[in-house]
Design a protein around this ligand. Sequence first.
Ligand code: HOZ
Length: 428
Amino acid sequence: MNHERSSLLFQQARISIPGGVNSPVRAFKSVGADPLFIKKAAGSHIYDEDGNDFVDYVGSWGPMIAGHCHPDVVTAVKQTVENGASFGAPTEREITLANMVIEAVPSIEMVRMVSSGTEATMSAIRLARGYTGRDKILKFSGCYHGHSDALLVKAGSGAATFGVPDSPGVPADFAKHTLTGEYNSLESVRELAKQNKGQIACIIIEPVAGNMGTVPPREGFLEGLRQICTNEGIILIFDEVMSGFRVAYGGAQELYGVTPDMTTLGKIIGGGLPVGAFGGKREIMEKLSPSGGVYQAGTLSGNPLAMSAGIATLNILRQPAFYQNLEDRSRLVAEGIANAARSAGYPIYSTRVGSMFCAFFCKEAVYDWPTASRCDTAAFARYFLGMLNEGIYLAPSQFETAFVSSAHSEADIEKTIAAAVKCFRLIA
Ligand code: HOZ
């Protein structure tokens, strides 16, 4: 496969952009290759600058649940932009999307739109601190909630991929308020809650972890967190930037039947345009400026283009059987890859929640960061490059999630499984 033009563009990009990319994990660094420069996408496929065609399981890292360039989304954005891209003033679409979110996620009584998932989690934490009058927060090793200072502690995603879970530049004085528990270990949370009684403002968690690979919550884990938070007066924040509208229309909280106090959203609710949101109980949300004193603002918050793309996307998701069809496709592809590994005699640990899945290059079960971090990342890199060569575009890191969209066809899935059979035979 020819990557000549991508390589040339990467050389140029490195001169003017740090590392040649505007977000680290897309650099392909951990798989020992140069990133592909993408020219266009349609449905389940993306096309690079050299004209190569790939079945895409990155889906812009989650937003493209209905596939790239869905005609309803394209039409909505085109119609909106003709009347102005941004006003820095309220628009009716913001109310429409807010009401759609509130209707889909009953724990959200009020919602504030922002421009990224990072802003959503950062602001939710500030609000939880303002509401409780407490400083400490608790997160989990391997979970990633964007790149604000308080949350770049034992972080997943690119931070885990590049071995910088605690970033330089985060003052120790800021990070000292962040406690870290182990995912799926209620014991670790109980211990921290005991040691820091009356001091923890919130527990923030990806209810389906998607930034250390895909790690589902064990039975009873989310329920146990809910109980601890209720008993200790701690705000429970579900970071559903990835899982929201992805694992079910109402997100992981609908799937597992556990109700957080606050929720952060992003990705799908912007239909591929920059967006984030945080919401929750009215009593908490009303502490936010200008109704309350906790400050948060943004020039492009509630941007008309993002609102239109989000509304159009959510309307697609509301069509009958959307999630059942997505579930069926996702099962086929994830099981197909796991079977390909098994028949090649190369054991992997396969995880999946709805249309999020991961092939861990690990013989043992993965249920937290210590178990995820034992994976054979060199073998993953060989698999990644093999799949890429066969026309399958996966996330360039063991510690990310693969996303299936409603646009993935039977032919795409067959092609993916055939590629996996070939790759695992070569690796084994
Ligand atoms: N936070 C994304 C991965 N979980 C990375 C997005 C990007 O690099 O584009």
